[in-house]
Structures are given as C-alpha cells and as structure tokens.
Design a protein around this ligand. Structure first.
Ligand code: 7PJ
Length: 276
C-alpha cells in the first residue's frame, strides 16, 4: 500500500493518463471534448486505474506554453465532471499554482508537477494544499529539452536532483510523507540516458519515497521497436513491467487495462518469491 497523506493506493498502481490538450504527445486532441474525456476517465477507472492524471498543458518535446486561463478552462470542468460520476482519485499534471489550487478545489487529490515545484509560487501552493505531490526530474524546458541533453552520470544526477527537491520541499513546509519522485523519462534525456535510468531505477528511490514512472508510448520505445506512437502498447507494457520489478510503485500509462493486467502478474510473482 502507498500511503500519501489521506490518499491510499494499492501498489504497484496504474495512473491513467487523460490529456485534455489539443496538442499532447500521443493522444493529442482526442480527449479535449468533455464528454469523450469523461467517458475515457470512467473507462480507465473501471479498468483499474488507481488514479487519473489530468493535464491541460502538453509537455511533449517542442511544446509551447499554455496560458493559466487556458489551462484552467481545460482542466477544471473535466475534474468537476469526473468527480460527479466516480470517486476515483484524480491528479493534476500542472506546474502553475493557480491551476493546482483550482484543481484541488474541484476535487483533485494529487499534484503531478514535471517542474518539481520550481515555477514561481508552485511550492507555496503545494504546501498550502497539503496534497501528495509528484516531483519529476526534467533538464531544461519542454521546448528545448531534447536539444543535446548531456549528463556525466545520469543516474547519480537525477537522484541528486530528486533529493535536493525533496529537501527544498521539506524546508518549505511540505510533509515528506506526501512526496513521490519520478525520474522523468524522456524529459531532457537521450535514448541511452532513458535506458540507463530504467536499468538502475532502484538507485532513484531517494529517501525511500515512492516512485512514479512514466514510460507509456515514449519515443525511446519507438526507437527500440520502430513503432509509431499508437503501436507502442506492447513495448510500454514491457517497460512498465521492468520498472515495477526495479522498484517503481506507480506507472503512468495510456493503456490502463493492459497495464493493470501485466502488473497483476508481476505482483503475484513478487509476492510469492520476493526475489524479482
Ligand atoms: C510524465 C508526466 C512522466 C510524470 C508526462 C507523456 C508526456 N508526469 N507527464 N512523469 N510524462 N510524473 O505522457 O508522454 O513521465 S507528459
């Protein structure tokens, strides 16, 4: 069980991805209609998603910023409509303090911030809201992060970044029990960096905090398999299985039912053998 403040989730858990952006990385434009988004959220909850992650700003490589009002307009009505029909927990994928506040007021119970609360005012908003927060590693900004990313030791540098963000959050008054860490696959990293992180995931479990991993449909999987975005489900499942065997607690995924099934197998074997 993952206990994050008042949010309790059975691990390994699947976080279903609901993008409400017209330009998101892999399902751009499909769920920006509130009815379709609501149906998709209900299906993901039914399929066993432990939490649904709603994002109104695309963070794919090259993506442009979205205004606060635009993000609020995309995210808040969908959170409200999901809240009205199911009690599945909701996280909000945002870096903007006002979006965090409005999303939590509308019923979101977790913040997922790819900037790890580094945007102005974001840390203060998280401290005030007292909800679980995922701190993700990203080098640079989405628009330029894939322009020649370099690390001397990607595993050590990502771990030390996550540790320093936990320290900054705790110093600002956020309870350490609310923090989840994420190595940020694909965020300012080359193909080899991503594979090296996946191979050494255990070292990224800093301060024994739970770890979220987002590998679903990402381009590293496309490079390995030569598949287009919509053809990457099997590769995504394989990466999710590897991540859980390597200690991930939560997997952010587009294909919820398939990922839930795969993780049931991993979990059964882990519980039996405690050897994986
Ligand atoms: C991630 C995310 C991830 C967390 C995105 C995509 C790109 N949040 N938001 N971790 N990726 N915590 O879904 O491919 O890996 S957006």
């Amino acid at each position: 069980m993952l206990r994050l403040g008042s949010l309790t989730i059975a691990a390994p858990a699947v976080m279903g991805i609901l993008n409400v952006t017209p330009d998101s990385f892999s399902d751009g434009g499909r769920f920006d209609n509130p009815h379709i988004a609501l149906r998709q959220a209900a299906m993901m909850a039914e399929a066993g998603a432990a939490i649904i992650d709603i994002g109104g700003e695309s963070t794919r490589p090259g993506a442009k910023n979205v205004s606060e009002q635009e993000e609020l307009d995309r995210v808040v009505p969908i959170i409200e409509s999901i809240r009205a029909v199911t009690d599945v927990p909701i996280s909000v994928d945002t870096s903007k303090p006002e979006v965090m506040r409005a999303a939590v007021a509308a019923g979101a119970s977790m913040i997922n911030d790819v900037y790890a609360l580094r945007a102005a005012g974001a840390m203060a908003a998280a401290v005030e809201l007292e909800v679980p927060v995922c701190l993700m590693h990203m080098r640079g900004k989405p628009r330029t992060m894939q322009d020649n990313p370099q690390f001397d030791d990607v595993v050590a540098e990502v771990a030390s970044f996550l540790e320093s963000r936990i320290e900054a959050c705790v110093a600002a008054g956020l309870s350490e029990d609310l923090i989840v860490v994420d190595p940020g696959f694909g965020f300012g990293k080359t193909h080899d960096h991503n594979i090296e992180l996946l191979a050494n995931l255990r070292q990224l479990r800093v301060r024994d905090r739970p770890m979220l991993v987002g590998v679903s449909r990402k381009s590293t999987l496309g490079e390995l398999t030569e598949r287009t975005i919509t053809e990457r489900m099997p590769a995504s499942i394989a990466a999710a299985v590897v991540a859980v065997i390597q200690g991930a607690d939560m997997i952010r995924a587009h294909d919820v039912q398939e990922t839930v099934d795969a993780l049931k197998v991993v979990r059964a074997v882990m519980e039996m053998g405690k050897k994986l």
